[in-house]
Design a protein around this ligand. Structure first.
Ligand SMILES: [Zn+2]
Ligand SMILES: [Zn+2]
Length: 154
């Protein structure tokens, strides 16, 4: 990583960067990945003033609207016990029908914006409406876990 990773005025992109950092530090993550996350985290913190309320790391349970911390990248469970699958590409809670499913392992992921039938991107979680997330969803053509292709079920 030689070029500055965070361009000026990229505040709307920070939430997803922080998300990657948190994910990379969860238990079970490879040590070198955790170190990369550490370095990325200090770069972001040094470059941009971060408003913790806007990081989007704690999503709201789609059913009862209590906060669900990011503790597991495959599943989200709120304090009341509602359980949700997370997007296998971005880890956002899946509460939309705009999803695709891996034919190999059945993990689900958000649809690329170009493949959604919606007129806007309001179906994406608020913290996912940055170009990084959109580009990532477009770029991922196969399941990151098993390499199979996705099918959309609508
Ligand atoms: Zn809930
Ligand atoms: Zn898969």
């Amino acid at each position: 990583m030689t070029a500055p990773f965070i361009p000026n005025g990229a505040a709307s992109d920070v939430p997803f960067v922080l998300r990657v950092v948190v994910q990379s530090r969860l238990a079970g993550s490879p040590v070198d990945l955790a170190h990369e996350a550490e370095a990325l985290s200090s770069k972001v913190n040094g470059a941009i003033a971060i408003d913790p309320s806007k990081t989007g790391l704690h999503e709201l349970c789609p059913a009862c609207h209590t906060e669900v911390p990011l503790e597991d990248i495959t599943q989200a469970t709120c304090p009341s016990g509602h359980s949700w699958a997370r997007c296998s590409v971005t880890s956002f809670i899946l509460s939309t029908s705009m999803v695709r499913t891996c034919i190999g392992c059945s993990r689900k992921a958000l649809l690329p914006v170009s493949q959604s039938s919606a007129a806007d991107t309001n179906w994406l979680p608020p913290a996912a409406r940055s170009w990084i997330v959109k580009e990532l969803l477009e770029a991922v053509q196969r399941c990151l876990f098993c390499g199979n292709s996705f099918v959309g079920i609508v």
